[in-house]
Design a protein around this ligand. Structure first.
Ligand code: CU
Length: 456
């Protein structure tokens, strides 16, 4: 059964609108030859819902922000100008970069004050689909629109006929386009507050023309705060990469779960006959269209899917690995009112300890201290009745096993832990610094499910 996502979630039949997608919608904001990109964060009125205006927070006037494209192994410099009414930082999700560029206030840098600037300098050793977002007052700043894609192109170009990027984000909107509440204690203590206005690349509906017989690289990125997508397609597709990291062997797409912050790269071998196909989100026996693929006649002959080179993830020394247990628990608590007269809620802990987004500037002890060069296995235990997409900064970890799923070891920066799931993931501690380790359901992070590891 196929229902438009918008119709289902909103009870509104959207005017059918189609939009040609440019996967490279980025603009190079070059200042002399000093910066590769300039990102200006500011409030911009945007029309998301037809005939309404939303006071979005944007990168360069856009939400999602421009698609930044950089080259693997080439240094990049990004100038950030903060024209928001509050402080911020930018985190480059999934990039194995130097600690000073990781964008975590209180941990790797001072906040960028309102009116301030900051230059991020880093090199991306891995090619793939990544993204960027603030790491401060995150429930508000991400909900208001501050998310964007960062695509790292392979050092040796890999040829697809078309490269399409889809940034998925649900908005919390009232009928008149103004913002509805982003969070409630009730939802933060459960699965989080779902948005009510789904968009793809900032549009409620999207139809992408694709050439008959071509091979399309489709990059799907869940930039939502909360939602889990179960990605499917009504035409043959292969999973090429997860969270930017190519699989050793592509696998046929059945249903691919995508928690908050997660990405998947698909190869679509477009049929030679005209028609309209769908990329969908599956919920039980329902399918909600994420985007339509309209097959345009062409003289192309079907060809095989190009192979992506593997990213240079360091080899694990599992025989000598040290083990670190990390237990995620529910610990519902409301603190007394703070000096602003607000209640800071704590609902989640890692190893019995909570660190919330409200207390970024009060640094706790690290969850663990790791010795540079050694291999570590994190024994993750989700002892809660809710799922959590658990994300580690600065590293690509290898998922080794789970008590709930058959695992073919794979590389990722985020693992979606189901309720009561135990999983083992491993890293080589090759990147010195303090690295955030947190849930990417932003309200969970905001209410305690956050910590960091230190690599000395
Ligand atoms: Cu969570």
């Amino acid at each position: 059964m196929k229902i438009s996502r918008r119709r289902c979630l909103q009870g509104v039949i959207a005017a059918s609108s189609s939009m040609l997608l440019s996967s490279c919608a980025s603009r190079r904001g070059i200042l002399g030859d000093t910066y590769d990109y300039e990102l200006v964060l500011a409030e911009t009125p945007l029309t998301l819902k037809p005939r309404t205006v939303t006071p979005a927070w944007t990168f360069n006037g856009q939400a999602p922000g421009p698609v930044l494209r950089v080259k693997q192994n080439q240094p990049v410099r990004i100038l950030v100008r903060n024209h928001l009414p509050e402080a911020t930082t930018i985190h480059w999700h999934g990039i194995r970069l130097n600690n000073a560029a990781d964008g975590v206030p209180g941990l790797t840098q001072e906040p960028i004050p309102s009116g301030g600037t900051f230059v991020y300098e880093f090199t991306c050793p891995d090619a793939g689909t990544f993204w960027y977002h603030p790491h401060m007052n995150s429930v508000v700043q991400l909900s208001r629109g501050l998310v964007g894609l960062l695509i790292v192109d392979e050092e040796e170009p890999v040829h697809f006929d078309q490269d399409v990027a889809l940034a998925l984000k649900d908005w919390h909107l009232h009928e008149d386009g103004s913002f509805a509440p982003f969070t409630s204690h009730r939802a933060a203590a459960r699965t989080g507050t779902l948005g009510n206005f789904p968009t793809v690349n900032g549009k409620p509906e999207l139809r992408v023309p694709v050439l008959a017989g071509s091979v399309v690289r489709l990059r799907l990125a869940n930039l939502d705060n909360t939602r889990v997508f179960n990605i499917g397609a009504d035409l043959p597709a292969q999973v090429l990469a997860v969270e930017g990291n190519p699989l050793a062997e592509p696998e046929p797409l059945t249903t691919h779960p995508l928690g908050a912050g997660m990405r998947v790269d698909l190869a679509i071998q477009v049929p030679t006959t005209p028609g309209v196909h769908h990329i969908v989100d599956r919920k039980g026996s329902f399918e909600f269209t994420i985007c339509e693929l309209e097959v345009i006649p062409s003289g192309l002959l079907p060809r095989s899917v190009p192979k992506l080179p593997l990213n240079p993830i360091p080899a694990l020394d599992l025989a000598n690995a040290k083990r670190i247990p990390l237990v995620f628990e529910w610990a519902g608590a409301l603190s007394p009112v703070n000096h602003h007269g607000e209640v800071d809620a704590i609902f989640w802990t890692i190893n019995k300890r909570a660190w919330s987004d409200h207390s970024h500037m009060h640094l706790p002890e690290p969850l663990a201290v790791l010795k540079r060069g050694e291999t570590y296995i994190f024994e993750l235990h989700n002892a809660t009745p809710h799922h959590h997409p658990i994300h580690l900064h600065g590293f690509t970890f290898t998922v080794l096993k789970s008590n709930q799923r058959e695992i073919k070891p794979y590389h990722t920066d985020t693992i979606l832990l189901e309720k009561n799931e135990r999983a083992e993931v491993a890293i080589v501690a090759d990147n010195p610094g303090d690295w955030m380790f947190h849930c990417h359901v932003i309200e969970h992070m905001d209410t305690g499910l956050m910590g960091y590891i230190r690599v000395t």
